[in-house]
Design a protein around this ligand. Structure first.
Ligand code: NAD
Length: 281
């Protein structure tokens, strides 16, 4: 059981969460289940979502785990049909699968600091950049095409995307991930507008800096001490702290609740301990 900061009843709502095998979306999937939802946990990592589903079922909650690649439209439609049969039509979709990749990351923050033998901006390959763009952007678009059909039929529903701090101002070293997440903030507004007449709301949260598998190497040295980048993040956060995954739950559940957030669509809500508000001075 995790502590949920706000009590919202999602009883009988079918909530589809992509990336539910990961840190953030696994926590979100669990929170929805604890709030009474019927959760479909989707991830490329089948073992992780089956484990999550088994744990939740053992605790008396409703969750099914499905192997799903958010970049494969046909496979997503197959999973959609399974979710329909197992749980029913999708009411809420959380597009959580995403992330950066070392192939789209430079070694140096600034070109004038590039070292011989290191990976500079000029060494970034199109494949790595393409991978990150696809995972974050198409990985949000394709599941939305598969699952928002149910919401259009129901004339109600909610989509929650995951943007990032780097959507506001790009972070050094990760140009593709920054641009792709800026695309997600933009696409959130586009979807909110596009679906405005159907009863579907679409919002995003922009998490601040969490420690997870995908960014651990950027934040901590092998001996566990904080990297220079980690120190910079904390110095750029007025509260001098990282954000915990469970601190995203209040915003997540609130934005997905039709009663609390009935007039909220097209927003990107930072949950960032103040990072995006601070000029550094
Ligand atoms: P994570 O790596 O723990 O989880 C990501 C999950 O997505 C993994 O379980 C992975 O297997 C899955 N995945 C990857 N490719 C997939 C694919 N093609 N199809 C289906 N599933 C796939 O990362 P996280 O930190 O929990 O991140 C979740 C979301 O939050 C991502 O969109 C990430 O970009 C975003 N985010 C993370 C942070 C952070 O600091 N960790 C900050 C802002 C935004």
């Amino acid at each position: 059981m995790i502590n949920i900061p706000i009590q919202i009843d999602f009883k009988d709502k079918v909530v589809v969460v992509t990336g539910a095998g990961g840190v953030i979306c696994g926590t979100m999937a669990r929170a929805f289940a604890q709030c009474g939802a019927k959760v479909a946990a989707l991830d490329l990592n089948e073992e992780a979502v089956k484990k999550l589903a088994d744990e939740l079922k053992a605790e008396g909650f409703i969750c099914e785990g499905y192997k799903a690649n958010v970049l494969d439209a046909d496979a997503l439609e197959e999973v959609h049909q399974k979710v329909l049969a197992d749980l029913g039509k999708c009411d809420i979709l959380v597009n959580g699968a995403g992330g950066n990749n070392p192939r789209a990351t430079t070694d140096n923050e600034y070109q004038h600091e590039a070292k011989e033998g290191g990976k500079s901006f000029f060494d970034l390959g199109a494949d790595g950049v393409d991978f990150v763009f696809k995972l974050n952007f198409q990985g949000t678009l394709l599941p939305t095409q598969a699952f928002a059909k149910d919401m259009v039929e129901n004339k109600s529903g909610c989509i929650l995307n995951i943007s990032s701090m780097n959507a506001y101002t790009p972070l050094t070293k990760i140009p593709a991930y920054s641009a792709a997440k800026a695309g997600i903030s933009n696409f959130t507004q586009w979807l909110a507008t596009h679906f405005a007449g159907t009863g579907i709301r679409c919002n995003a949260i922009a998490p601040g800096f969490l420690v997870s598998a995908q960014n651990k190497a950027l934040l901590f040295n092998e001996d566990g001490t904080p990297t220079e980048r980690s120190k910079k993040i904390l110095n750029s956060t007025p509260t001098h702290r990282f954000v915990d995954a469970d601190e995203l739950l209040g915003a997540t559940l609130f934005l997905c609740d039709d009663k609390s957030a009935s007039a909220i669509t097209g927003v990107v809500l930072p949950v960032d301990a103040g990072f995006s508000a601070y000029s550094g001075v």
